[in-house]
Design a protein around this ligand. Sequence first.
Ligand code: GLU
Length: 401
Amino acid sequence: MVDWQVLSTRIGKVAPSATLAVDSKAKAMKAAGLDVIGFGAGEPNFPTPGYIVEAAANACRDPRNHRYTPTAGLPELRQAIADKTLRDSGFAVQPEQVVVTNGGKQAVYEAFQVLLNEGDEVIIPAPYWTSYPEAVKLAGGVPIKVFAGADRGFEPDMDAIEQARTARTKAIVVNTPANPTGAVWSEETVTAIGEWALEHHIWVISDEIYEHLHYDDASVSYIGACVPEVRGQLLILNGVAKTYAMTGWRVGWMVAPAPVAKAATTLQGHLSSNVSNVSQRAALAAVGGSLRAVAMMRAAFDARRKAIVSALNAVDGIVCPNPTGAFYAFANVQALLGRPIGPGNTVCATSAQFAAALLDQAHVAAVPGEAFGAPGYLRFSYALADDQLVEGMRRLTAWVS
Ligand code: GLU
């Protein structure tokens, strides 16, 4: 591009999504005929349950769905989301507090757009999902990353969070079960964050998209249930993608105090209008129905979780803590950096280089920890088919040894 064709400073500060980049590269390699095993994006391998697909097929034939509908979503779906919030997050909300978005990601984007002024700070517990800091930056905010390591089970440290607080702290992100670590935060931590936010007048953005994926005796704590007084400054973000194997349908939502929901609706009115009605009808069948399908998927994920954690820990130089939520294994590969690996004796200085070499040489896709504020780690999504998981671990083990 010539000189004057310079793009905005705003977009120049934003990094591409590393999870989607790894996924696209793996899918492109597959399309080119290579046999790639994808532990990249967190995407359930199951098809969307039949009754949900059926609802969408019927919706296609109904001309009511061929037109614009309210920006904030179909009234029936907003009601179903309000009912579901009472069932799961533990408190009653009105449909007016719900905004249906194009995937959970748009709810994340809109949350920061409506809350932040230039220079406002958002505390993001690290390791974090790769898109949070970028969405904060797109809203003119400043992400403040507060790291908690494997030594404390990746559970946020309240002292560190308090130390990071300044007069500009506007919001904090809560994500349990967490992406990328699979950690399920204790009730004590979730409560402490809620009380701290209440005391210091800080918005809480609670991303609950992995709520139904927990294993062993882990139980998920919802901040609005733990600290009822925080509900007036709480934005819940969620979606159908992970619970109902519906990543491609792009339906998420925000549940927020009514003025926040109204502001997000104003923004969405200029951004994308209503979410596809066909997808909304599918989401209505999902959210309004039972949790039987996710129980079946959770059992499958649980078996894969055990298999991948033991396969990773069996590799000399890899240490993988036991995740009890979501569908990610977050493995420490630091001991493998700086020494020759694979048939070509490749020396990787960073986990980003390690992930690139693993994909190029062993055709195994995983996301480097750099994308999540945790260099030295690799994230493996175990939402792929059992045989793929076994083959991917076999390749990784062979490549490293
Ligand atoms: N949230 C999933 C992940 O972390 C899907 C990809 C994305 O949107 O980042 O892999």
